[in-house]
Design a binder for this molecule. Structure first.
Ligand code: ADP
Ligand code: MG
Length: 674
């Protein structure tokens, strides 16, 4: 029996018009026979067959039926997947067995004759040849599908052709001697025909996160160049899950063999960039990937007023912000922020150029003072109560999202416009408050959409991975901004090359249109309660039982080309798991101000000493020091020391020199960097 991996043309058993296979079944041995009775007839979509007791057939096995009578000059071939099985003997009633064993189960072995026993399987039809006329499955021999049969049965042959190959391996199908990669069609996974992927299953056993990591390596290896470029943006929503995608993980030989079969080099991702906001105090980034050995590709994610104002409604809509407030926010966005603004009635016609929360606060203060002085109830149709409310809400954003939104500090953002092919961008939002998470999702997804629409992102396809969809796109939860964004990607993303890979424990709790629009669905080990929900009733009881007992690394795959779900195995991902990574690279403690600055500057210039930092910052306030650090990290100047120092000269020039602090710091005895 052939066990060759697919790939070369001559292996394809069917020509495009479905001509029968060359007569190469000579040496193949049937492992079953189709049977049909009046009570259990075969249909065009289902058939029954029996096998020997020792056959390797089980639920999920793919088989081929060779009919005996030609139809239109062709011998029919029918491909099916086993969905149920029965076994029984010729025993008329269980009582006969009791009598035969004298009522003693351990005497049963002594029975004079062994009763004939049957393994009777039901298979769902995957594909028939010839396809027309579509007929009930005929009697015939049943064979274990080999790699070529699997390709035909799942209609993968159309996208495995060398000249138009769009096949992305998702795992390996195994039965008897067959070990055959199963491929998804890139046109149906990443658009434009269909798109999106959803994976579901219980935590810790379903291997959801691992499956997505593996699939991303597979996509990066096999996505055809002719289709353009592809990158991934992952939101790390839980602990250290995605924090070590550039570090090699532990693989077993069986994993390596699967990688070989699927033509993927088992190595971690080469281009990985991490983004995380600062902690509220601002000394360190708010991520579990804080070990100094791994800091080279971790960048801050900090936004200013101009970045977030557009998304202010995300944070405000939960409160009672009404149409009047919306109108004022729009006015501020259109006319005030980042615009020259003067109003001769306001502060004697003072010129405003609002660019930070601090500037905005000043503008509001002047406006309210002015109204109070005059006893005015309204300014340009905006009522004083609305102005007060909007002021409180807006100024509050910098407080509520401290570390992400800077009041007056330096902004640092994703590389909009220069996303790289086959790169992974991870935004760590695991430790953020809900408000800040919402803001990150809303702004990042909106900008991704806009850039892809204008073709200015840098790549033509972007996979967005969001774990815990049953939290972010709940079916019966409130209509949040994040959920609307996820719905929008699901419904319109595929035309743009914006693809959602979502994972969750309970698919039934995710919004119908989010899961419904995912053309490809993966299922790992499932919870019995979840399997009892209506969505799974289309699966037979045997398939559901199999889903409830899947091993780690086993998945059930639904894909538009496959007419039935298919079971595959996938290898451990090539990257360090979150748990192991967190052990090997423990989180760094929150540093002191001096250490924090030293660390940041050292990533730019390794010769910088603690004493240099101490001398430079000794006279300044924490927020001034952090601002200078941010500016330096953002600019990455040639001469780091000079640039960093110069930031303070600016402060002295533009403000009054602050009073010197009472005590000057000296180098500690245990200077960790000295
Ligand atoms: N292909 C695989 N085969 C066997 N074990 C795996 C495989 N992939 C992952 N695992 C293991 O399964 C565990 C859970 O994986 P994970 O992807 O975190 O699951 P989930 O995201 O569903 O909670 C991990 O400890 C991982 O090492
Ligand atoms: Mg997970």
């Amino acid at each position: 029996m052939r066990t060759t991996a697919l790939g070369s043309e001559q292996l394809f058993p069917m020509s495009a018009n479905g001509a029968a296979k060359p007569d190469e079944q000579v040496e193949r041995v049937a492992l079953g026979r189709v049977v049909a009775t009046e009570r259990r007839p075969n249909t065009p979509h289902e058939f029954h067959f029996w096998t020997a007791l020792d056959s390797p057939v089980g639920i999920g096995t793919i088989v081929r039926v060779d009919g005996a009578h030609p139809i239109g000059g062709q011998l029919p071939h029918i491909y099916g997947v086993v969905t149920d099985g029965l076994s029984y003997t010729d025993l008329a009633t269980p009582l006969h067995d009791v009598i035969g064993a004298d009522g003693q189960p351990n005497h049963a072995r002594a029975a004079a004759t062994e009763r004939p026993e049957i393994r009777l399987y039901t298979a769902a039809v995957l594909r028939q040849f010839p396809e027309e006329p579509m007929q009930p499955v005929p009697m015939g021999g049943v064979f274990l599908a080999d790699a070529d049969d699997v390709a035909v049965a799942l209609r993968m042959d159309s996208y495995l052709k060398a000249e138009s190959r769009t096949a992305i391996p998702v795992g390996v199908y195994h039965a008897g001697a067959t070990n055959s990669p199963i491929y998804l069609d890139a046109d149906f996974l990443l658009g434009p025909e269909a798109a999106h992927l959803n994976i579901t299953g219980v935590s810790g056993l379903a291997t959801k996160t691992s499956a997505v990591e593996f699939l991303l390596s597979s996509i990066f290896t096999h996505f055809p160049e002719s289709k353009g470029s592809v990158a991934a943006l992952c939101f790390n929503v839980k602990g250290p899950d995605l924090c070590f995608l550039d570090q090699p993980g532990r693989l077993e030989d069986s994993d390596r063999e699967m990688y070989r079969l699927m033509g993927i080099e088992p190595k971690p991702f080469e281009k990985v960039h991490y983004y995380a906001p600062y902690t509220a105090r601002g000394l360190a980034l708010n991520t579990l990937r804080s070990h100094p050995d791994l800091s080279a590709n971790v960048s801050p994610l900090t936004w200013g007023l101009t970045d977030v104002l557009r998304f202010a409604p995300v944070l405000l809509n939960r409160d009672d912000v009404d149409a009047k407030a919306d109108a004022l926010i729009d006015f501020i966005g259109d006319r005030i922020v980042d615009h020259d603004f003067t109003d001769e009635r306001l502060a004697n016609g003072k010129r405003y150029r609002v660019q930070s929360f601090a500037d905005l606060e000043e503008w509001f203060r002047d406006l309210l003072d002015h109204m109070e002085d005059r006893g005015n109830e309204a300014w340009r149709t905006h009522h004083v109560a609305t102005i007060r409310k909007v002021r409180n809400r807006l100024i509050n954003i910098a407080q509520r999202c401290k570390g992400l939104v800077t009041d007056a500090g330096v902004r640092s953002d994703l590389p909009w416009g220069t996303f790289q092919d086959r790169a992974v961008y991870v935004i760590d939002v695991a430790n953020l408050e809900e408000d800040a998470q919402d803001l990150v999702f809303a702004r990042v997804v909106s900008l991704l959409r806009e850039h892809l629409e204008r073709r200015t992102l840098g790549v033509s396809h972007l996979v967005v991975f969001v774990d815990e969809l049953n939290k972010y796109a709940q079916s019966d939860g409130p209509d949040t901004h994040v959920r609307r964004m996820l719905l929008d990607i699901s419904e319109r993303g595929r035309y743009l090359g914006l693809v959602l890979f979502g994972a969750q424990q309970f698919r039934s709790q995710v919004h119908r249109r989010v899961v419904g629009n995912a053309a490809t669905a993966l299922f790992g080990r499932m919870d019995a309660d979840e399997l009892a929900t209506p969505g799974y009733q289309v699966l037979g009881p045997a398939t559901r039982t199999k889903l409830a007992t899947l091993d780690k690394g086993q998945l059930m795959v639904r894909h538009p080309h496959f007419t039935q779900p298919i079971f595959v195995r996938f290898p451990r991902p090539t990257v360090l798991s979150g748990r192991e990574g967190a052990d090997r690279y423990p989180q760094a403690e929150e540093p002191s101000l001096t250490e924090a600055v030293l660390r940041s500057l050292r990533s730019l210039d390794s010769t910088i000493q603690l004493s240099f930092v101490e001398d430079v910052i000794a006279l300044y306030e924490e927020h001034e020091v952090l601002r200078a650090r941010d500016a330096t990290v953002k600019t990455r100047p040639q001469d780091v020391k000079a640039y960093f120092k110069a930031q303070f000269r600016r402060i002295v020039r533009s403000e009054q020199a602050p009073a010197p602090r009472a005590t000057l710091r000296t180098a500690p005895i245990d200077d960790p960097y000295g």
